[in-house]
Design a binder for this molecule. Structure first.
Ligand code: HEM
Length: 516
């Protein structure tokens, strides 16, 4: 009892002390001096702790946070400004972690083709991906298992599957944009439309008709909850007691159960004639005889859904914005369709679209200028030297590649910042080095010295590229058949770098007029 009385008296005297104006100004000035001392010590610490062989470090004022604010406002400017000061390789601190960015073609090659013994993708991405995708797949398993999972996925992406997908994607696009149809046209929310359409087409084709049927209600909401848990904050903190974390974990369980129920029903009814990805993931076995279970298949399906959604929907949005900016390209695209198909009423097909060079180049140019992924990470697990320098990147740092730096470099692309799909008619993309098979099919030399790498390179290279092209080509071709489009008075939107996948600053509206 006596202790409680003493405590209350102590608190009362502290409150009286704090509310006295003379004491308050004393406390404030002590606080300011304290902060100043911490900032000075941080600066001194940065200078004393310099490892002579470590790459140069970007100085910062706020301990722990480091350069996080400058970086997240505009990472491209942050890289460009510091590249002028420190060269292609430098380290910056963010939220208590050190990132060594490696720019230029050599930087890309260094990160994408780094050895498994030196760096780990799993260590970089796991806190973000495992709670969303689930256990046992992608970055929640040894790398050799991921390579085999990529092989299972590639088997489900055959040309025959793509032939079946194109009419389905065309139909989904027509059905979706019927809602925009009126005689005079109007203004549409392009980003929202592309987000909804891409998830509809991916679920109709890859995920299977059962999932597509649920897309308008339950699955769409679950996808949003998973997506809210797939933000930069989740990369730094695997779990926090925030509503978005609870919703993410809940959505993961429900989504897995939905896939599992579809698999169970297919098994119960002996369904084997489906061409979708879900079917091709069933009954797979790893080389060492370990079965790839139905739960693994559910988790990998969630991973594919997440990997392909924002990447493709932002690319479709930017592509149509750039077409609206350059209306002559829309006319050329329609002329190309007529040339290849004979008429704009002929349905699109996988084989016919292979002959539509401009269409292909519109997507390639969009991905050069507006890649959705601008930073690729690996965690250093054994100190590594950057070739041609004395820089040794210490264990524990993350190495980062940012292929957009070469993609918008005048050294490789004339008028690099302008959207010009025709430039690709005179560029031959060389895949350097000998072919390598990491376990999911041959890729040329890791291909990492090509300045244009929106799909990455090396063992972690994207396996969704062909599907993404098929999906984007079909959506864009169908859209320009249905509507003419132009930019609103706001012009081209800026880029929002605060998201996991860089997207246009919202809202993104577009003017459209139905074609006769
Ligand atoms: C990997 C970009 C669409 C599935 C990657 C990587 C990039 C990328 C840059 C390399 C990541 C790294 O090295 O850390 C893109 C872009 C897309 C797209 C720009 C569309 C425009 C898709 C689609 C799917 C997909 C549609 C699946 C249906 C994957 C998978 C990986 C990957 C499974 C492998 C991850 C690994 O091995 O670590 N993607 N992607 N992507 N992507 Fe894509």
């Amino acid at each position: 009892m006596a202790i409680i009385v003493q405590l209350v008296q102590g608190l009362q005297s502290l409150a009286a002390h704090l509310t006295n104006p003379a004491n308050l100004s004393q406390i404030l000035s002590t606080l300011v001096i304290g902060i100043a001392i911490i900032l000075i010590l941080t600066q001194i610490g940065q200078r004393i702790n310099v490892d002579k062989n470590a790459p140069p470090e970007v100085p910062y004022w706020i301990p722990y946070l480091g350069s996080a604010i400058a970086f997240s406002v505009n990472p491209l400017k942050f890289y460009a400004d510091n590249r002028k000061k420190y060269g292609d390789v430098f380290t910056y601190t963010m939220v208590g972690r050190k990132f060594t960015v490696c720019l230029g073609v050599e930087g890309n090659n260094f990160v994408f083709n780094a050895k498994l013994a030196d760096v780990s993708a799993e260590e970089s991405y796991k806190p973000l991906t495992t709670p969303v995708f689930g256990k046992g797949v992608v970055y929640d398993c040894p790398n050799h298992m991921l390579m085999e999972q990529k092989k299972f996925v590639k088997w489900g992406m055959s040309n025959d599957a793509f032939r079946a997908y194109v009419p389905e994607i065309e139909e989904e696009t027509r059905n979706y944009f019927q809602r925009w149809n009126n005689k005079t046209g109007g203004r549409g929310d392009l980003f929202k439309a592309m987000g909804e359409l891409i998830i509809n087409t991916a679920s109709r084709t890859l995920m299977g008709p059962e999932i597509r049927a649920l897309m308008d209600d339950s699955v769409a909401q679950l996808y949003h909850d998973l997506d809210d848990g797939f933000q930069p904050i989740n990369m730094f903190f695997e779990w926090l007691p925030l509503p978005s974390y609870f919703r993410r974990d809940n959505a993961h369980i429900k989504m897995r159960n939905i896939f599992k129920q579809v698999i169970d029903e297919r098994r119960a009814n002996n369904v084997t004639d489906k061409t979708d990805m879900l079917q091709s993931l069933l009954n797979q076995t790893y080389k060492d005889g370990t079965p790839f279970t139905d739960v693994d298949a559910c988790h990998l399906m969630i991973a594919l859904l997440m990997a392909g959604q924002h990447t493709s929907s932002t690319t479709a949005t930017w592509a149509l914005l750039h077409l609206a900016e350059h209306p002559h390209l829309i006319k050329e695209l329609l002329a190309e369709q007529k040339d290849v198909l004979g008429s704009l009423d002929t349905p699109l097909s996988f084989d016919a679209m292979k002959n539509m060079t401009l269409l292909e180049n519109v997507i390639r140019e969009t991905l050069r200028l507006r890649p959705p992924i601008i930073m690729i990470l690996r965690k250093v697990i054994r100190p590594i030297t950057f070739p041609g320098t004395d820089y040794v990147i210490p264990k524990g740092n993350y190495i980062a590649a940012s292929p957009i730096a070469t993609q918008v470099d005048e050294q490789f692309y004339k008028n690099a910042m302008s959207f010009d799909p025709h430039r690709w008619e005179s560029i031959k993309e060389e895949e350097s080095g000998e072919s390598v098979d990491y376990g999911f099919g041959k890729i040329a030399g890791g291909g990492a010295r090509n300045p244009n790498l929106p799909f990455g390179a090396g063992r972690h290279r994207c396996i969704g590229e062909t599907f993404a092209y098929v999906q984007l080509k079909t959506v864009i071709s169908t859209f320009v058949r249905m509507y003419d489009l132009s930019l609103t008075e706001k012009g081209m939107p800026g880029q929002d770098f605060t998201k996991m996948f860089v997207q246009p600053v919202l809202p993104v509206e577009i003017n459209y007029t139905p074609r006769k």
